[in-house]
Design a binder for this molecule. Structure first.
Ligand SMILES: [Zn+2]
Length: 127
């Protein structure tokens, strides 16, 4: 995820996180790079194609895993969860945001949107 985010700089990258759930903990086993399909300036926004997400979900199930979340990068920006991120989120996925500063990985946060997609709680992230 970090190397994908660095390679995509100064654009935002996005991808799927495949893994398992152990009680309260979600464990990312594999990440899958997906194309940022946003038609405008990719430095400030990302968009996932629904068919790419479906393919990631299928790939996860074929490997006895689940699609547990989505990651994307924020070039030269903090790893916060923006209003657009919230609007484009799904309450059942974890959203990892990677902050890439001047092309290098800086920090990451994980966010869990509520069901109304009005706010996202910060999750504990260990890596
Ligand atoms: Zn974002």
């Amino acid at each position: 995820m970090v190397s994908h985010a660095r390679a995509s700089y100064p654009n935002e990258c996005c991808g799927a996180m495949l893994g398992t759930t152990d009680g309260e903990n979600k464990i990312v086993v594999e990440s899958m790079a997906l194309e940022n399909a946003f038609e405008g300036a990719k430095a400030a926004r990302y968009e996932l194609r629904p068919e790419d997400l479906l393919a990631a979900d299928k790939a996860a199930r074929e490997r006895n895993m689940d699609l547990i979340g989505i990651y994307h990068s924020h070039p030269d920006c903090d790893a916060y969860f923006s209003k657009t991120d919230l609007q484009n989120s799904c309450p059942w996925y974890s959203f990892v945001v990677l902050s890439i500063q001047k092309g290098e990985f800086h920090h990451a946060n994980s966010w869990l949107p509520n069901f109304d997609q009005t706010e996202a709680a910060k999750e504990e992230l260990s890596y």
